[in-house]
Design a protein around this ligand. Structure first.
Ligand code: URA
Length: 246
């Protein structure tokens, strides 16, 4: 494994929040140990059972197969359907939401309820207005967690960590030109920040080397008192669409 592959491997585990790997990474940075030594540390003392690294030629099919009839966290108990994601698997733009709601859980598809209809309008309305010829089907849409949290509660950190490995593999397999994080759960999963959307939105961040724009979740925009946020979300989307498709 060369240094670049090692760095990517360490980043992968760091993105999952596994601190012991961070320790190994820090040691590697402080004292340029032979790469084999660092790998040995990682292998010797895993604190949790590490998910397999995304294979070099990972595919959406393989990720879907690995999810299987997932029972890795409590969200499996009340779900009807796993919502893997939908859209163009070669898309240059991926939208990441929080987790399925009731409609998505029933249909097994992301963003098909009221928030989904607004998201479609946002994508198709903004692109039409900006002269960018894309439809919702041209982008890829998925969520941080693939099973509906009961009562639409916010996913818990362990649920995000477990399911996050599949989100990261999806993003690595698609390798989009940009990601749009919808709401604070997606921002937290991708950027590891607890900062509020209001402060994160409108500027570019990064997940690995991929630019990430954070904007408001469509459910938030559906609330009548958030009209100003609606205008801001449209601004954010304009930025994303021009960056990706110009
Ligand atoms: N909200 C989300 O975050 N994702 C969906 O798929 C639907 C609603």
């Amino acid at each position: 494994m060369n240094r670049e592959r090692l760095r990517q491997a360490l980043e992968f585990y760091r993105d999952l929040g596994i601190d012991e790997i961070r320790l190994a990474e820090r040691r590697e940075a402080a004292r340029p140990a032979p790469v084999e030594t660092v790998i040995a540390e990682v292998k010797k003392e895993p604190v949790v059972e590490l998910p397999p690294l995304a294979p070099a030629e990972d595919t959406m099919e393989a990720i879907r197969a690995d999810i299987g009839d997932c029972r890795r966290c409590r969200l499996c108990e009340q779900r009807n359907k796993i919502v893997f994601g939908a859209g163009n698997e070669q898309a240059p733009l991926v939208f990441v939401g929080e987790g399925p709601g009731a409609d998505e859980d029933a249909q097994g598809l992301p963003f098909v309820g009221r928030a989904g209809q607004l998201l479609t309008q946002m994508i198709e309305g903004t692109s039409a207005k900006e002269g960018i010829p894309i439809q919702r089907a041209d982008v890829y849409i998925c969520n941080v967690v693939k099973c509906r949290p009961p009562e639409n509660r916010t996913p818990q950190p362990d649920e995000m960590e477990i399911c996050g490995q599949f989100l990261f593999r999806q993003l690595m397999a698609i390798r989009p030109k940009a990601i749009c994080a919808l709401g604070s759960t997606a921002a937290k999963a991708l950027l590891g920040t607890k900062d509020v959307v209001m402060r994160l939105r409108g500027q570019w961040h990064k997940w690995r080397d991929i630019p990430v724009m954070v904007t408001y979740h469509p459910s938030y925009l559906l609330r009548p008192y958030n009209q100003n946020a609606k205008r801001e979300a449209w601004e954010d989307l304009k930025k994303v669409l021009h960056y990706v498709y110009d």
